[in-house]
Structure formats: C-alpha cells, structure tokens
Write a protein that binds this ligand. Structure first.
Ligand code: ADP
Ligand code: F6P
Length: 469
C-alpha cells in the first residue's frame, strides 16, 4: 500500500477520463514488483472525492482509497508534503507544524489501515510504503495481529537533532514500530531511526534489532530496522533503450536540438530537494564566463509537475522559470537555445530516448532518498558512454561511486565537474560507465524486493527475547 496508486486518474479538457502512470520513484520501483507478485495495491487514485470500485490494471489488483479535497489539503499537501517532506530532507524548506494537519494525517492513516485490513487474507503480508503512511503499521497490527507487516521509507530519515523538532515524533516512532521490518534507503537512515527509538522510547537496540517490550495484551516483539537500497527494473529498462525506434528517437532529439557537441540532461520532479536552481546557476555562470557556449552545449531540463498546490512548490516553479527565461534570453541565439525546458510528463520510451541522447546527466539533489533517474541513465547506456554527475547527498551515491560526485552547494565545484564531464576522454567515460553499470546490474529492483520480503518472512522466526540469538 502507498499513498499514490501506480496509476492516476486524469480528466482531459473534453471531460474524458483516463489512467496514466503516476509520477515518482516509488511507482517506478514497485510497479514491476507488484505485476510479478499477484498481490493487490491499496492507494489513492490521484483525484479528490472519487469513490471507485476495485479494478484490475495491467496485471495488478487496484483497491482505491478515497481522499476528499480537505484530506488532500490537510493530510497530503499539509502534513505529508509541508511538514514531513521538508523535515525529512534536512529542513531545506521550513516545515509547518499544524495540529489540524496532524489530526487529519492520523485519520487518513486509519482509513488506509482499515482498507488493507479488509482485503488481506489471514496471515497475509502487507508492505506499507513511504512517509505518508507512517502510522499505518501500528494501526494495522492492532486491527489484524495475524498479518506480517513491512514498512519501507523511500525518503531519508533525518538525524535526531532534526527529527526531534516534530511535535508528534513519539507517535510516528510508535506507528513505525508496528511493522516487523522497517526498511530504509541508506545505512545512515536506519541508524537515525534506531537512535530516535532509543532517545524517545528507551527501547534496547542492537543493529539491526529493536526490542519492543510487551504492553497490555501485546506481546514483546523484535523489530528489524535495516537499509535496503531501492533500484529499478534494470533488464526492462535496458530492453526499452535497445529498441531501434527508441535509438532512432534519440538521434532525432539530438538533431532537433541542433546537433550540439554536448547534450546535458536534468530529469526531476519540480521539487526544491532536487537542486535545480543550483544546477541552473552553475550552467548560467559557465555561459557568462565563456567557459561554455550555446553553439556547443545544450541543457535539456525536464521538470515534472509536482504538488502544485503547495506554496513552496509554486514559488520554486516561478523561480526556475524566471531563471530559465533569463539564461535563454541572455545567451540563446536564433538557432541555439541554452536550455530546453519541459514541464510535463513523458512516456517511458521517450525518457529512455532522452537518456540515450544525453552526453551528461546532471543530478544535483540537495537531499534525495535514492534518485532512480541516475540508475535509469546508467541502465540505458549499454553503449558504455555518457557521464553521470551525481550529488553526494543522494542515496544512489553510496553505490554509484564511479560517477563524478559533487556537492551541489559548491557552485564552483559543480561548474568544474560539468566542464570535466564535457571534456572527459572516451576511454575514461567507458571505464566509469562500465563500473556504474556493474553496480546497477548487481542490485536491481527484484533483488531489492526479494531481500526485503525475505527479511520480513524470516523475521517471524527471530521473535526471541533480546540477547537470545
Ligand atoms: P522521486 O521519487 O523523488 O520523484 P526518482 O529519481 O527516484 O525521484 O524517480 C523519478 C522517477 O520518475 C523516475 O523513474 C523517472 O524516470 C520518472 N520521471 C521523472 N520525470 C518524468 C517525466 N517528466 N515523465 C515521465 N517520467 C518521469
Ligand atoms: O518517495 C518519493 C515520493 O514522495 C513518493 O512517495 C511519491 O509517490 C512520489 O515521490 C511522487 O510524489 P507525489 O505522490 O506527492 O506526487
């Protein structure tokens, strides 16, 4: 179960409704896992006030959970995306702490827990996804103690000094501890969670175990908190990128851009965690200083619409579009644009063609749980070409050490990395891309889900008292 289903219901101008793949890394990762599992996916359909009966979509049983307009405002845009999101991403933006948001978060989490409890067979495995549903594990355990419950956090889990700002920090910890296994992207996230448990509840921990004492009629339990770095369907993506029509489309994209010597690409939800403004600043300065010229280099920036009713996202969009307009106005020519800016979604084939067309992929996130775009780029590059510039503040940087690693706050460092990527000799590009491809192939999404679900299944056998083995 996740807040958002793999498909969103969209209505076009003529009032015609259709389904389209939902944005974001969670769906990219879980869609192939769920198609192979025969399970059901419990979540929201992407539009307010819609009561839809369960249905089948592309081999997945869909169980819709309705959200009203006011649920969206308080639970989704408010507590999930204006409290937890900035807090968990190291307070890049100021989180809002509002009791009405919190209260609705708890109400909606209960609705999700009840929906899952109603459709789960005895002893079933329920895998709860992401920060929007952190209270669900404990609620579900209360409703259905027979279930095996996993939780995976797709975003970072912050250090205690930051997490402790949250007025409802203890309730969140208790909610998560309802799971048998709590998974995180990075070892550091799992450590931050265990530390928060010790500080707030005083429960004994010994990595990866947390001992939860019995309470009332609830027996003592052992919870596992551990890192499971997420990935993509590597073979599926490789197959997509190998299709002749996708390769032809990549050539066409380069041609349409004026066949510049270097195409750089950024692919991000339009989100302040992604460091898009830092990237534009670095690129703008390189053009201003004459270290790059629009005759030779073009940046394609895909900024996928996201959370458009949240004020900080609106402001960011204005800032990005103003900056893009300025850079294009200052440095573009009739035949060469500095930045080709695209604010909409694309089919997966088109994404693969973009990756193939790009000599350099820029990932400059200020904080990111994983960043699957980086892994998709690597998976697409069977030609062992292309340079990945990757922020060290992404989960992906733990694995993708052969990228050009950058600190996005260091604008001079980002500029130097861009120039280095553009000038990198072919044999160096090949060596790095080979190493990156090896790492991505070793841990694809089925490896991720198998290792999480195996740990979850085996957790049933580890419910011995602390120190008991
Ligand atoms: P996040 O989960 O924060 O959005 P990720 O980088 O982990 O970030 O995942 C983003 C996913 O969304 C990737 O699979 C990427 O291909 C996809 N995506 C991003 N932008 C678009 C777009 N404009 N059209 C289609 N897919 C997109
Ligand atoms: O993990 C990141 C995440 O927030 C997912 O939970 C979510 O589905 C995706 O990004 C896109 O965000 P949203 O659902 O708010 O559009």
């Amino acid at each position: 179960m996740s807040n958002r289903l793999p498909v969103d219901r969209v209505v076009d101008d003529s009032g015609e409704a259709s389904w389209r793949q939902s944005p974001g890394g969670l769906v990219t990762a879980l869609e192939p896992v769920m198609r192979a599992s025969g399970g059901a996916w419990v979540g929201w359909v992407g539009q307010p006030d819609l009561e839809i009966e369960p249905f089948d979509e592309n081999g997945i049983r869909i169980i819709p959970v309705p959200l009203s307009d006011s649920d969206l405002e308080l639970y989704y845009e408010g507590f999930s995306n204006d409290t937890l999101w900035p807090l968990y991403h190291d307070v890049i933006a100021q989180p809002g702490y509002h009791r009405v948001w919190w209260e609705r978060y708890a109400v909606v989490n209960r609705r999700f827990a009840e929906a899952a409890a109603a459709v789960s067979e005895p002893g079933a495995t329920v895998w709860v996804q992401d920060y929007q549903l952190q209270l669900v594990p404990a609620m579900l355990r209360e409703l259905r103690p027979d279930l095996l419950i996993g939780f995976f956090n797709h975003i970072p889990f912050p250090a205690y000094g930051i997490f402790s700002q949250l007025p409802w920090r203890t309730q969140i910890i208790e909610g998560l501890l309802g799971a048998d296994v709590v998974g995180f992207q990075r070892v550091a996230d799992a450590g931050n969670f265990s530390r928060a448990v010790r500080r707030l509840r005083g429960y004994p921990t010994r990595t990866p175990y947390i001992e939860v004492p019995g309470m009332g009629d609830q027996p003592a339990r052992r919870v596992i908190a551990k890192a499971f770095p997420i990935s993509i369907d590597v073979a599926g993506f490789e197959e997509l990128a190998a299709r002749p029509e996708v390769q032809e489309r990549a050539r066409q994209i380069r041609h349409d851009l004026g066949d510049p010597a270097t195409v750089m690409l950024g692919v991000d939800r339009l989100d302040y965690t992604k460091g898009i403004t830092h990237r534009l600043k670095a690129y703008g300065e390189l053009l201003a200083e004459g270290r790059l010229s629009v005759e030779d280099v073009t940046l394609v920036q895909i900024a996928t619409p996201s959370r458009e009713r949240v004020e900080s996202y609106r402001q960011l969009r204005d800032e990005i579009e103003l900056t893009v307009g300025r850079i294009n106005g200052d440095y573009g020519t009739i035949s060469h644009q500095a930045i080709s800016y695209l604010h909409h979604g694309f089919p997966r084939e088109e994404m693969a063609a973009m990756y193939l067309a790009a000599d350099v992929l820029l990932v400059t996130a200020l904080r990111d749980g994983m960043n699957l775009v980086a892994k998709e780029y690597v998976a697409a590059r069977a030609d062992e070409d292309g340079v990945l510039i990757l922020s060290e503040f992404t989960g992906a940087s733990d694995e993708l050490r052969a990228a050009l690693l950058i600190n996005p706050h260091d604008i001079d460092g980002v500029k130097d990395a861009i120039v280095r990527a553009i000038e990198m000799p072919r044999h160096d590009r090949r060596k790095r891309m080979r190493s990156l491809r090896k790492r991505v192939a070793e841990n694809d999404v089925s490896h991720w889900s198998n290792s999480f679900l195996t740990t979850l299944r085996e957790s049933r056998g580890t419910q011995t008292p602390f120190g008991g083995g």
